[in-house]
Design a protein around this ligand. Structure first.
Ligand SMILES: NC(=O)c1ccc[n+]([C@@H]2O[C@H](COP(=O)([O-])OP(=O)(O)OC[C@H]3O[C@@H](n4cnc5c(N)ncnc54)[C@H](OP(=O)(O)O)[C@@H]3O)[C@@H](O)[C@H]2O)c1
Length: 409
C-alpha cells in the first residue's frame, strides 16, 4: 500500500495515525477496517480521495447474467480492491474441493465462460446450503455468474469455519444458516441449547472469524424481535428503527436473536439484515409466508412488515458489494395484512379461495410461543436503494403477477 502525500481523505489520515501508533498483532485486521472506511469515504467524495492501495482504485463489476430475481440498476462497486479483488488467480471451482466445501451447482460451461470472459471481482462464501434463503442465494449467484461456494463447516465450529475460508478465499461471507425450528419456531421452546448453539454461539463465532480475516459478513437475521407498542401503534405508520431496542422476547427463538443482534453491534464487519415473514414467488414452497397462511385452517389478520425475497435478496448482494455494515431493517416499506394478502391470492391465483379468521387469543391456543407483529421503518434501506418497492407493489410485481392464473387485469 502507498499513501500519497497531500491526502485529503479522512480515512487516509486515520490510516497514517494507525501506522504510527499501532504495530500489534491485530494490525492486519484493523487495516482492513480502515480500508472499508476508506471505500465509503471515497464513495462519498471520490474527487477528494488521494489514497492508493495496490493498482486499481475500484474493482470492475462482475458480469451480470439473466436472473430469476430482480435486476437492480447497476452501480459500480465501491468496495476497495483490498476487499473486493480476488485473492486467488482462479476463483471459480466447478467441482467439490478436497476439504468438502461444496462449490455451486451451476453447469461447468457457465462457470468456465464466466471465468474466461472477464476477471472476477467477487467470491462469496455462503452458509445455509440446505436452507430456504441459502438455497435461493446460491441460485441467484449462479444465475448472475457470481462465483460462490457453500461453507461446509458448522457455525459453532471455529476450526471448520477457518478451514472453509482458507479453502474458498472469499471476498464476502453470507450467513443464511441458523435454527428456525420445524415445523415452526415453537420447536426452539423445547430445544433451547440447540437453538443457542447455532443461533448464538454459531453466529457469533462466524462473525468473529470473519472479523479476524477482514471479511464483511452479511447476516440474515430477523425483525421478529419487535412488537407493536405504545410508541409504535398498529396502523400509525410509525415503525421501529434500526437503533431501537428489541421489545419482543415472547418466543425463545426471538429472544436469542435479539441477544445476538445486540452483541453483533460490536462487530464492525457485520451487516445485520432484519428479515420478516419472508415471501418468494415460489408459491409451492411451504416456508413461503403466503403458502403458509393459505394452508392454515384459520388466520389472524394483522398488518406486518414483510420481506419479498425476489426483490431483497439481490439487494443483499449489492449491499455486500458496497461493503455496507450495521443493522438494516430488511423489509419492503409499509405493511400488509394477512387478509390483504389472501385477497390478492384469491384475485390473482384462485377465485374460489376462501379463508377464516380468528383472533390473537384464539391463535394463542394453537401455538406454543407468541408471535411477533410489527412494522419496521425502512427509511434507511430506501435511502440506499431508492428503487425499493412498497410491500404491496412488490407483492404484485414479484409474486402475484408472475403466478397469475385469473383474468384480473
Ligand atoms: N424463514 C423465515 O421465516 C425467516 C424469517 C426471518 C429470518 N429468518 C432467518 O434467516 C436465516 C435463514 O432462514 P431459512 O428460512 O433459510 O432457514 P432454514 O430453511 O431453516 O435453513 C437453515 C439452514 O441453516 C443450516 N444450519 C442450521 N444450524 C446450523 C449450524 N449450526 N451450522 C451450520 N449450518 C446450520 C441448516 O443446515 P442443516 O440442515 O445442515 O442443519 C440450513 O441449511 C435464519 O437465520 C433465520 O432465522 C428466517
Amino acid at each position: 500500500m502507498s499513501v500519497r502525500s497531500g491526502m485529503s481523505c479522512a480515512c487516509a489520515c486515520r490510516w497514517m495515525a494507525f501506522l504510527s501508533q499501532n504495530r500489534d498483532a491485530d494490525a492486519q485486521t484493523n487495516r482492513r477496517w480502515i480500508m472499508v472506511d476508506h471505500a465509503r469515504c471515497c464513495r462519498a467524495a471520490p474527487h477528494r480521495c488521494s489514497v492508493t492501495v495496490g493498482a486499481a482504485h475500484a474493482a470492475p463489476p462482475p458480469a451480470r447474467t439473466s436472473a430469476p430475481f430482480s435486476t437492480l440498476p447497476s452501480r459500480p462497486p465501491t468496495s476497495h480492491p483490498d476487499l473486493a479483488a480476488p485473492r486467488r488467480a482462479t476463483l471459480f471451482r466447478a467441482a467439490s474441493s478436497g476439504m468438502g466445501v461444496a462449490t455451486n451447482g451451476s453447469s461447468s460451461s457457465t462457470s468456465e465462460s464466466a471465468e474466461t470472459a472477464q476477471p472476477q471481482a467477487y467470491k462469496f462464501l455462503i452458509y445455509g446450503r440446505t436452507g430456504w434463503i441459502g438455497g435461493l442465494l446460491g441460485q441467484l449467484c449462479a444465475a448472475r455468474g457470481i462465483p460462490f461456494a457453500y461453507g461446509a463447516g458448522r457455525l459453532e465450529n471455529r476450526a471448520q469455519l477457518e478451514a472453509d475460508i482458507d479453502e474458498v478465499a472469499p471476498t464476502h461471507v453470507f450467513n443464511a444458516a441458523g435454527v428456525t425450528g420445524r415445523p415452526n419456531v415453537d420447536w426452539c421452546e423445547t430445544h433451547r441449547t440447540e437453538t443457542i448453539r447455532a443461533n448464538v454461539c454459531g453466529t457469533l463465532t462466524l462473525a468473529d472469524v470473519c472479523r479476524a480475516r477482514g471479511l464483511v459478513l452479511i447476516n440474515y437475521a430477523t425483525g421478529c424481535i419487535f412488537e407493536y407498542d405504545a410508541g409504535h401503534q398498529l396502523g400509525t405508520g410509525i415503525g421501529f428503527k434500526e437503533e431501537d431496542t428489541p421489545n419482543f422476547v415472547g418466543s425463545f427463538y426471538s429472544k436469542t436473536k435479539a441477544m445476538v443482534e445486540e452483541l453483533l453491534k460490536n462487530y464492525e464487519n457485520v451487516c445485520t439484515l432484519r428479515v420478516r415473514m419472508p415471501i418468494s414467488s415460489d408459491l409451492s414452497n411451504p416456508r413461503n409466508f403466503i403458502t403458509k397462511i393459505a394452508r392454515y385452517d384459520k388466520v389472524v389478520d394483522i398488518p406486518n412488515s414483510m420481506t419479498i425475497l425476489d426483490e431483497l435478496l439481490p439487494i443483499s448482494i449489492e449491499m455486500a458489494k458496497r461493503n455496507l455494515t450495521g443493522i438494516w431493517n430488511f423489509t419492503n416499506p409499509g405493511v400488509v395484512s394477512h387478509n390483504e394478502i389472501l385477497e390478492m391470492y384469491r384475485d390473482y391465483i384462485d377465485p374460489n379461495f376462501s379463508w377464516k379468521n380468528f383472533t390473537l387469543e384464539e391463535q394463542a391456543k394453537v401455538i406454543v410461543a407468541p408471535r411477533s407483529n410489527n412494522e419496521l421503518d425502512c427509511t434507511k434501506l430506501k435511502a440506499e436503494f431508492p428503487e425499493l418497492l412498497s410491500i404491496k407493489d412488490s407483492l404484485v410485481r414479484y409474486v402475484f403477477k408472475p403466478n397469475q392464473k385469473t383474468s384480473k387485469a
